[in-house]
Design a protein around this ligand. Sequence first.
Ligand SMILES: *[C@@H]1O[C@H](CO)[C@@H](O)[C@H](O)[C@H]1NC(C)=O
Ligand SMILES: *[C@@H]1O[C@H](CO)[C@@H](O)[C@H](O)[C@H]1NC(C)=O
Ligand SMILES: *[C@@H]1O[C@H](CO)[C@@H](O)[C@H](O)[C@H]1NC(C)=O
Ligand SMILES: *[C@@H]1O[C@H](CO)[C@@H](O)[C@H](O)[C@H]1NC(C)=O
Length: 355
Amino acid sequence: MRKKLILLYITTELLTIIDGVQYPWTFDNDLFGGPDFWGLLHGDWRMCTAGQMQSPVNIDPSQLLYDPHLMPINIEGNIVEAVFENTGQLPVVTIKDLPNKPTINITGGPTMPYRYNLHQISVHFGRADEGEKGSEHTVDRVRFPAEIQLLAYNSALYPNFSVAMTSPRGLLAVSVIVDIGKTTAVELRRLTVASQSITYKGQSTNLTDFQPSALLPKTSHYVTYEGSLTYPGCHETVTWVILNNPIYITNDDLQIWNELQKTETKQPEPSYMTPAYRPLKSLNGRLLRTNINVGSKESAASSSCPSNIYVEMGYRANPGRNKRNDSVSRRYVRKSEVFEIENIRPDEISKIGSY
Ligand SMILES: *[C@@H]1O[C@H](CO)[C@@H](O)[C@H](O)[C@H]1NC(C)=O
Ligand SMILES: *[C@@H]1O[C@H](CO)[C@@H](O)[C@H](O)[C@H]1NC(C)=O
Ligand SMILES: *[C@@H]1O[C@H](CO)[C@@H](O)[C@H](O)[C@H]1NC(C)=O
Ligand SMILES: *[C@@H]1O[C@H](CO)[C@@H](O)[C@H](O)[C@H]1NC(C)=O
């Protein structure tokens, strides 16, 4: 604690001394410039500390609210040209906005009736060789090996990503959880290979014929909430959509991402990019809505008031967990049972509803 207070003091001093110089931020909280300090590093990044609707958050299945009006989200399957860059903090794909070239419209979903335009894709991960998981969002406090985030801007209202980023209803983020599997999803495999040519900060490579929609799992189910960017300036302009099913990567392929480094050149002591995720932020009463309806509480009360009695909403992101027994350690739930509800049969759903 004392150490942090001293650092805070130094930060304030630095800001007054080197006015206008941007101090490099990092995801590593042990370092000056880590997530706890983002809000102090730069005037435009205040929200990182002051904001109360920040991301990422934990998705607690028992808090989900079923919303039958949430439409499926449509992400066009176009093939685009993009540049893949090591920013020193994250590997980021930016879709090129070229005249006469396709872009990717995203429509439907919780941000209807606005239309969004896919702008960038970032990959978050931990040190796989040390068993560290690196997804930003967690489900029932379970963190996953990695998370891919597709960030789009509201093209119905704003001319580009940078203007939308700081404007109301500006951004839409579609999050894809990545879990360990026997094979790597084809488009993720391509990114994994390409990441080997951007080992150092500032390096980039062109991706021709890149198909972002191939990174999506086959599901129309999602959870949505209002939050922020998970990197500075943490603007609270983001509608998040967390898709319900993961895509897969092999353990070997996941380890390739660990080679990415923060430095511009090879150092005697490598400075790895991991951890590459922001710590969880508090939900502070925000709604977690979902279009997954796996059971509503049918009771005498609800027949006289049929509107929205989804108190016992039976979302089973984690069917292995008994609702009555929260003491069951969540860590021991088989991985395949977390974040999969496709295989729940309708008769099981009614059982869930009757707990
Ligand atoms: C995206 O939407 C806009 C407006 O509806 C349309 O003009 C454009 O052609 C769409 N892009 C593609 C690739 O379909
Ligand atoms: C975004 O649009 C604004 C307003 O039209 C413009 O000033 C700015 O330069 C644009 N930014 C980028 C990165 O194109
Ligand atoms: C990537 O494409 C841009 C044009 O969009 C080009 O200027 C640049 O040289 C290309 N980079 C590589 C490494 O091929
Ligand atoms: C809850 O689960 C724990 C661990 O499996 C078990 O020991 C305990 O008896 C269970 N409690 C109830 C009320 O079922």
